[in-house]
Design a protein around this ligand. Structure first.
Ligand SMILES: Cc1cc2nc3c(=O)[nH]c(=O)nc-3n(C[C@H](O)[C@H](O)[C@H](O)COP(=O)(O)OP(=O)(O)OC[C@H]3O[C@@H](n4cnc5c(N)ncnc54)[C@H](O)[C@@H]3O)c2cc1C
Ligand SMILES: NC(=O)c1ccc[n+]([C@@H]2O[C@H](COP(=O)([O-])OP(=O)(O)OC[C@H]3O[C@@H](n4cnc5c(N)ncnc54)[C@H](OP(=O)(O)O)[C@@H]3O)[C@@H](O)[C@H]2O)c1
Ligand SMILES: Cc1cc2nc3c(=O)[nH]c(=O)nc-3n(C[C@H](O)[C@H](O)[C@H](O)COP(=O)(O)O)c2cc1C
Length: 1236
């Protein structure tokens, strides 16, 4: 905070001036308090221009332009560039170039300044400003948004006044609040691009009503953060504004006492100091209300005391003599040194101030030495690392925040030039010059200049050596011009106060010196305000006793500054730093892992967890720490609830202003500490070529958006070690997060990561109870809808028919359902139907018989409640809270419809089970598995055990019903490609479902039924099926009927194509379309044998006969007497035909089914392209282009073909790479190997 006057230090990247100079009484100074001779604002004509080496034609500078408001085509009228002819327009008013008489004459001025002229304010839209070094010109239009007058009058330019004005202490009239609020809310909604949304309308109404009723309103946290950033962005005096969007804002509007303020400030200092890697930070206390303010009395959070001596000299910082007196009057006893850190004096809600010692451990200071002058260190100089201005008022949307300390990092000249060498400060220039052996008796030796340079060099050198962020004035000046450039592009201007922007040393050799600037005031803003002790005393005087005599400072003395323990401080700090955990999941695992992460982060952060689809992307710019857990679906795609987030991120990459790093920022300004920290964990399966692709993609995008990756992408392979990978990643990321946010605390770390061990998995039954509700349970479709946040409808079964031959031994069923004509169930061929099945009754019964029912009947509707304990001042308070995870239902319904009881339990769940047996062997075995090592993975793979089997195997375990309800994963819907056309079968949905029945251990294990396919196969006409449709917009029939199409779908992969050809048949049958069809549709189908599983044989033939299909190719893989053939083999056989069909006619390819088949088909296409003349590279590019252009479509079911064989092979490959078989063999699982 300095430049160009005395005293106050700056927040170098936010060089808003504090009022230190004026707060110091003149006798407190040893030296004259007059500011250093400032080059008069150099936009002023007359003698000041003589110091500027530019031709006189520049002196007329900033004349407002005439009519050019878009309605007329007149160009901006730039007097400056027209030389003498324009001079004839007359002299400027009062020497202020912005106040040229000619423009002032255009109408009455506001405050006497032409920028303020009412008529020009209405008409003049452009002001040209120029850089005299580069010749670059800007046309500023932003000034028209100015919301307050500047202080210049017709007679005077106030351009170099230290405090043009101070904020009033009176409450704001309602109308003023309202007008500011409306402007601000508009600006905010413009920023988040939701100005035309109902959200905007609602918010505006809410704000207006609140102001009408109460005279004020509450900013949302997001508005507050945006407003704080904008206040910085609008600070005309700050050279470091290129960082504006990266301000960390701590919302401390919930504090009510001075000691809470202190805790918040302590957290601020630790966070912002960041061990020297300074972060721009602001803490916002509650706003002014009923004239009661929250104030930080200090001008800066960290500053040095100044002690006036009887001889008139001063020890310490002369700038703080008056405030030191205030502290002393409150009972503070300074040590009397040159660099004593002042205590914090804080008053909450207009109450008496309280004083707090800052723990010195939190105050990072740098001792100065010089790279060449050894004697320099002996001067005993030092300075603190964190310039944090604490006396300004933050004005956002009409709301006045009287306490809003903020910091940036230092620009070297602020310390080296001003703090150390200003004559009215530490005044070290002469001593340094003497040390250098310079002649200090003559100006001609330029001893002052040379001393200043060396002082600056010493400061830079020492800060850098200590690893503390500092910027030199040249880089800052460069960055400011870059910022002006950005701002010009983004909002048509940048208010700037030349007097403050040009550094206090070496002005002319920094580029900002040569840059004209236009100074105007925008809101949100920072405002000067009267010193707290001055207005506080006056208020007290009038409030307490009219007779009270005000002699100097009159506060109740506080015996001793309060010191709060560091542990308490760290605790408070932890709760301030937010972490957002986002997940996207298809089958629920990522959500489960994200929950675990949340539990860990609760120990040291203030975390929140949410699904990506619920996340408001505009929050991203405000994140401190973003943790993502996501699976990959389709073929390298996001899970469906991650799609919108992915799209939003991609959009954000195109939005320069809102991108996380300000993409146009010079590279050296994209500092580590300014970025959003993030880490991503991906769940996937190595059965897919694009393993964890979505997680990796997010990681890449966040980097491109300017995020800072704190740890490499974690990868959890469902084929092995997913849990262990996640636990390891979490440990590492958590540790790194603690480091990054200066929260290192071994105890916290140890406690937190206990969550990841079996030790952390405890279950106290007595904290849970069931309460009968006397209600009927909620309808299952409705309940499922609530849980899954979807509109779930009940379809009715029309028929279920086996499509395979009875001899086949497998079954694939055609399920026909009625949608009852519900709009929600509308679909297009290619879309999916999500079905919520029920678990087998026998499995549910087997579990119930092994459950500790905790007093309930399995068929009675109950709600589960959890006992919560809160520690308050009155002791620990216990209360029961409903656990809302499931809708109210009976235990049986929960196990049948809502909970997943067939997926092998997670290691955590096994650890919980281990709590409920006294049998040492079983406990030990369960805990061994729960460690989640390869033993667990092998056990899971070999047995794929469900819960009933485990409970039977571990026969002494009695599982509490509450644990089942609270901890079992949710039963997830299964997707099916819709196998019908809505035009052919209105109101119906058909599915083609392979009934999954499998035995593990290569046929030796227990037989398991797939939940949904088996359930569907047992449905009868009229039964209800809870379902919703899910669009697969990238797998729709091309809208142009003459587009050639190739469909490839072996086995159940044929499902969507039945819908396709039905649609085509319908199209052909529609008389209106007669003769319009021209394109070929080819179908490639594959099955084992023509007589066993060639499903829809007749329908395909009919479609062929009716020309809905032009070609049908069937690959039989197990046809007696024939060679094994797959669909991809048939594609290659018709290579050139195929190539011509698709490549020469902009055709589309659709592939549906198993992932290994899809990858085989993809490879076949590459081969076909190469066989038809493309190079390998060209073939790859062609395929990528086709994918991108949505001409190559894939609909992947998962690993469905030869599941066991494929996964076994992949696992073996993995194990060979990381083998620990001895341990594996040593563990004997007791799951019954006998086939049932
Ligand atoms: C987008 C999409 C569309 C789909 N469309 C269709 C479709 O049209 N028709 C269709 O039939 N299916 C389709 N599926 C698959 C379907 O969603 C189900 O996965 C399938 O029906 C099995 O569900 P289930 O509940 O019967 O079996 P689950 O209870 O979910 O059991 C299946 C699980 O059992 C395990 N498993 C299966 N076989 C073995 C084995 N041999 N050895 C060891 N473990 C094994 C695997 O972990 C497998 O994931 C589609 C899937 C997706 C993602
Ligand atoms: N999520 C699930 O777990 C799930 C979902 C649906 C189906 N299934 C199960 O998966 C099996 C698949 O049933 P389905 O009717 O869709 O198919 P399928 O009848 O098993 O197979 C269809 C055809 O595809 C062939 N094929 C196998 N691997 C291939 C590859 N890599 N590339 C190209 N073709 C390949 C098969 O040949 P082969 O003779 O070599 O087998 C067969 O000719 C069923 O047994 C069902 O139980 C599981
Ligand atoms: C239809 C389907 C497609 C998948 N696609 C991929 C893929 O492209 N890449 C990958 O690594 N994993 C893929 N997977 C595996 C899942 O990511 C993995 O099962 C993960 O553990 C699921 O986590 P979730 O429950 O959070 O969705 C796929 C799984 C299915 C069923």
């Amino acid at each position: 905070m300095q430049k160009p006057h005395t005293g106050s230090k700056v927040n170098s990247n936010c060089r808003i001036k504090t009022n230190q100079r004026l707060t110091v009484t003149s006798q407190a100074y040893r030296h004259s308090p007059s500011p250093r001779p400032v080059p008069a604002p150099q936009l002023i004509i007359g003698q000041s221009m003589k110091r500027r080496e530019h031709p006189p034609k520049t002196t007329k500078n900033l004349i407002m332009n005439g009519e050019c408001n878009g309605k007329t085509s007149s160009p901006p009228n730039d007097i400056r560039n027209d030389g003498d002819s324009k001079k004839s327009q007359g002299p400027t008013v009062g020497g202020c170039p912005v106040m040229s008489r000619s423009s002032a004459q255009q109408g009455p001025t506001v405050g006497g300044c032409p920028v303020m002229s009412k008529s020009s304010a209405q008409h003049q839209q452009f002001v040209k400003i120029q850089n005299f070094s580069s010749g670059k010109q800007y046309v500023d239009t932003l000034h028209q948004k100015r919301e307050t007058t500047v202080t210049c009058s017709e007679q005077r330019c106030f351009g170099s006044m230290m405090f043009p004005e101070k904020a009033s202490t009176d409450p704001r009239p309602k109308e003023v609040v309202l007008s500011h609020a409306v402007d601000f809310i508009n600006e905010y909604y413009d920023h988040i691009k939701k100005r035309s949304s109902p959200l905007y309308e609602g918010r505006m109404k809410e704000v207006q009503e609140s102001i009408e009723a109460t005279g004020t309103y509450k900013l949302t946290e997001k508005e507050l953060i945006f407003g704080a950033k904008m206040a910085w962005r609008n600070s005309a005096r700050c050279i470091g504004r290129i960082q504006w969007s990266r301000l960390q804002v701590f919302d401390a509007r919930n504090v009510s006492t001075a000691s809470e303020m202190f805790q918040a400030i302590y957290s601020h200092i630790v966070y912002a100091t960041n061990k020297g890697n300074i972060r721009s930070t602001m803490t916002v206390f509650p706003p002014r209300a009923n004239g009661k303010d929250f104030r930080v009395w200090n001008n800066q959070l960290i500053s040095y005391a100044g002690y006036a001596q009887p001889d008139g000299s001063i020890i310490g910082d002369p700038a703080n003599v008056e405030f030191t007196e205030v502290c002393k009057s409150l009972g503070w006893k300074g040590a009397g040194g040159n660099f004593d850190v002042l205590p914090l004096v804080l008053s909450a809600n207009g109450k008496e101030p309280e004083m707090f010692d800052l723990p010195l451990s939190a105050v990072l200071q740098v001792e100065f030495s010089h790279p060449s002058f050894d004697w320099f260190a002996a001067l005993g100089l030092k300075w603190y690392a964190l310039p944090a201005v604490s006396c300004l008022l933050l004005d956002i949307g009409g709301i006045e925040f009287t306490g809003a300390p903020f910091n940036g990092w230092y620009m070297v000249t602020e310390i080296g030039g001003r703090d150390l060498c200003d004559p009215q400060r530490y005044d070290m220039a002469k001593k340094i010059a003497q040390g250098m052996g310079l002649d200090t008796n003559s100006y001609a030796s330029l001893w002052k200049d040379r001393a200043l340079i060396e002082a600056n060099l010493a400061v830079l050198y020492s800060f850098q050596k200590a690893g503390v962020t500092i910027a030199d004035h040249h880089s800052m000046a460069d960055s400011f011009l870059k910022h002006m450039d950005n701002e010009q592009r983004l909002r048509g201007g940048c208010p700037a106060d030349w007097v403050w922007i040009v550094p206090p040393i070496s002005g002319g050799i920094t580029p900002v010196f040569h840059q004209e600037m236009l100074n105007y005031k925008l809101r949100p803003s920072f405002e000067y305000q009267a010193d707290a002790w001055k207005i506080h005393s006056v208020k007290k005087k009038t409030e307490e006793s009219p007779k009270h005599k005000m002699k100097g400072i009159t506060f109740k003395k506080i015996a001793k500054a309060v010191s709060l323990s560091t542990a308490m401080m760290n605790n408070a700090m932890a709760k301030r730093i937010k972490a957002t955990i986002l997940y996207a999941t298809e089958t629920g695992k990522s959500e489960y892992f994200a929950d675990r992460l949340y539990e860990v982060y609760k120990y040291a952060f203030n975390p929140r967890i949410m699904c990506m689809e619920e996340y408001d992307i505009t929050d991203l710019e405000n994140e401190n720490l973003l943790l993502i857990v996501t699976s990959t679906f389709g073929n390298g795609n996001p899970p469906s609830n991650g799609e919108s987030f992915y799209e939003n991120l991609q959009e954000l990459m195109l939005d320069e202003e809102r991108s996380l790093m300000n993409l146009s920022m010079p590279k050296n300004y994209r500092k580590k500490h300014d970025k959003i920290r993030f880490a991503v964990f991906g769940l996937g399966s190595k059965a897919y070529v694009k393993f964890c692709a979505f997680a990796k993609d997010l990681d890449r995008i966040l980097i491109r958006l300017g995020g800072e990756r704190i740890f490499k992408v974690g990868e959890g392979d469902e084929l092995g070690g997913q849990d262990v990978s996640f636990n390891n990643w979490t440990r590492d990321v958590f540790k790194k997060s603690l480091e990054e946010f200066c929260l290192e605390d071994d105890e916290n770390y140890k406690e937190a990561v206990k969550m990841l061990t079996t030790e952390g998995q405890q279950w106290d039954k007595s904290n849970w109870r069931f309460v009968e509700t006397n209600k009927k349970g909620i309808d299952v479709s409705e309940g499922l809808g609530t849980i899954n946040k979807k509109t779930v409808s009940a379809c009715k079964i029309l028929s279920v028919e086996n499509l395979q031959s009875e001899q086949s031994g497998r079954s694939t069923i055609l399920v026909k359902m009625s949608t009852g004509g519900l709009d929600d169930m509308d679909y297009e061929p290619g879309d999916h139907l999500a079905i919520f099945p029920a678990n087998e009754d026998s499995l549910v019964n087997r579990i119930i018989t092994r459950t500790d029912l905790q007093g309930i009947q399995p068929d009675v509707v109950t709600k589960l409640e959890k006992q919560e304990m809160k520690t308050t001042l009155l002791g620990t308070v216990k209360s029961w809270k409903v656990e809302n995870r499931l809708p109210q239902c009976s235990l049986r319904t929960a196990l049948s419809r809502y909970l997943d009881i067939t997926s092998p339990p997670t290691p955590d769940f096994l650890a919980l089970l281990a709590n409920f047996t006294d049998n040492e062997d079983e406990k030990k075995n369960l805990n061994t598995l729960a460690a989640g090592t390869s033993l667990y993975e092998d056990w899971k793979f070999e047995h794929h055990p469900n819960l009933a089997e485990i409970l039977e195997e571990y026969s002494t375990v009695e599982i509490p019903a509450s644990l089942l309800i609270a901890e079992l994963p949710m039963l997830k819907p299964r997707y099916y490609s819709i196998s019908s056309s809505p035009r052919m079968f209105p109101g119906e949905i058909h599915l083609t479902v392979a009934v999954v029945i499998y035995t593990t251990r290569e046929g030796q294990g227990v037989e398991h039924n797939g939940v949904c396919s088996t359930w569907l196969s047992t449905r009868k006409q009229g039964d209800e099926v809870a379902a919703y449709t899910k669009s697969a917009s990238t797998f729709h029939i091309p809208s142009n009927p003459s587009t050639p199409v190739v469909m490839i779908g072996p086995g159940t992969g044929i499902a969507p194509f039945r819908g396709f050809w039905q649609d085509r048949v319908h199209y052909l049958n529609d008389k209106q379309n007669n003769g319009k069809l021209s394109a070929d549709w080819k179908l490639y189908f594959g099955c084992r044998r023509s007589d066993m599983d060639h499903i829809y044989k007749d329908e395909m033939q009919d479609a062929l006969n009716g020309e809905a299909l032009t070609d049908l190719f069937t690959a039989y893989s197990r046809e007696p007497g024939q060679q094994k053939t797959y669909v991809q083999d048939m594609l290659i056989q018709s290579s050139s035909k195929f190539y011509n069909h698709i490549m020469n006619n902009d055709g589309h390819i659709f592939v549906c089914g198993d992932v290994s088949m899809a990858s085989g088909v993809y490879k076949a296409f590459l081969q076909i392209l190469e066989e038809n003349g493309l190079t390998k590279e060209e073939a790859k590019t062609t395929m990528s282009n086709m994918l991108r252009e949505h001409r190559y479509h894939e609909d992947i079911f998962g690993v469905t073909l030869r599941t066991d064989e494929v996964t076994r092979q992949l696992r073996e490959n993995e194990t060979n790479e990381t083998s620990d078989t001895s341990q594996q063999l040593a563990f004997k699982t007791r799951i019954n190997p006998a086939k049932k």
